[in-house]
Write a protein that binds this ligand. Structure first.
Ligand code: G1P
Length: 307
């Protein structure tokens, strides 16, 4: 099975990052030294994706510009001997093709994916949610593509989350477990309450789906939080008799759709980056020393006020 297309839904308003996202797309906010969406695109390319379909909304032009070939800009950098500062980005337009489709109404993730239907033929397609970033040796999407090819069916990426956090995610109900990381899905539910969640295995932003997902989404009505949910579309695939698997992807996942998640991912990436790791370590040990002093002072205060 060849999976060469990825849909990246990037139409959200980015309200969790306001005021930063008033004029700048959330996906363009830097994670260490690159816009966060570039990590997602690089993961896709490493997994064999050649075509990216960006589902965008208002004020998202910068994303498309970022990935297009800009010969004038490149020539200007070259005259200043600074072209290498572009890093991987200079190669991306010659490896991958980008297309942007506008989602005119904010009707939810399921609707955003359905908007991209004309760009996909009768082929399995990957979906990459740009809020989810995976850091680890194997690209998250490539792990799913391997399983989809092996099992010849749709696969969703999952990770175990604490029970009190399940209501932020789509959660799977396991039909059968084949190995510590591989499951067949019986059902899925979007944003369940902890009491109603069928497991703690949450969908984490990477999917390889059968082309029938578009037909399924066509007839999916509004679900959790008043939006058309991709999770409900996948449930329809299962109810129509298709097999859907879930794979516990290896790697650390960060939710870069929140300021704290972005900060944590930046620190983690800095620690792995030759250019920044030793300065970042120095900074963290400085903070640690300060914390120890502060904790010591607080303990002293508690002790003297108890006398
Ligand atoms: C979306 C999906 C949800 C998934 C989550 C992963 O939710 O609808 O099923 O678990 O992404 O990040 P959102 O974060 O857009 O609310």
């Amino acid at each position: 099975m060849l999976v060469t297309k990825a849909i990246i839904p990037a139409a959200g308003l980015g309200t969790r990052f306001l005021p930063a996202t008033k004029a700048v797309p959330k996906e363009m906010i830097p994670l260490l030294d690159k816009p966060s969406i570039q990590y997602v695109v690089e993961e896709g390319i490493k997994s064999g994706v050649k075509n990216f379909i960006l589902v965008t909304g208002k004020n998202k032009g910068a994303i498309v510009d970022h990935f297009s070939m800009d010969s004038d800009f490149l020539a200007r950098l070259e005259t200043k001997n600074k072209a290498e500062l572009l890093g991987n980005l200079s190669k991306i337009p010659s490896i991958a093709h980008f297309m942007s489709i506008r989602q005119d109404e904010p009707l939810g993730l399921g609707h955003a994916i359905w908007t991209a239907r004309h760009a996909i033929g009768k082929e399995y397609v990957s979906i990459m949610l740009p809020d989810d970033i995976f850091i680890g040796p194997d690209p998250g999407l490539s792990q799913l593509i391997k399983i989809a090819a092996q099992e010849k069916c749709s696969v969703v990426a999952v990770q175990e989350v604490p029970k009190n956090q399940v209501s932020r995610y789509g959660v799977i109900d396991v039909k059968k477990q084949f190995s510590p990381n591989l499951f067949q899905v019986r059902d899925l539910v979007e944003k369940p309450s902890p009491e109603d969640a069928p497991s703690c295995l949450a969908i984490v932003g990477r999917y390889v789906l059968s082309p029938n997902i578009f037909e399924a989404l066509e007839s999916t009505s509004v679900g959790a939080i008043g939006e058309v949910q991709l999770t409900d579309g996948i449930q329809k695939l299962i109810f129509s008799g298709e097999k859907v698997f879930a794979y516990k992807v290896k790697g650390e996942r960060y939710d870069v759709g929140t300021p704290l998640g972005l900060l944590k991912a930046s620190v983690r990436l800095a620690l792995q980056n030759q250019k920044y790791s030793s300065a970042m370590l120095d900074f963290l040990s400085e903070l640690d020393r300060e914390m120890i002093v502060l904790q010591g002072k607080a303990a002293k205060q508690r002790f003297s006020s108890s006398l």
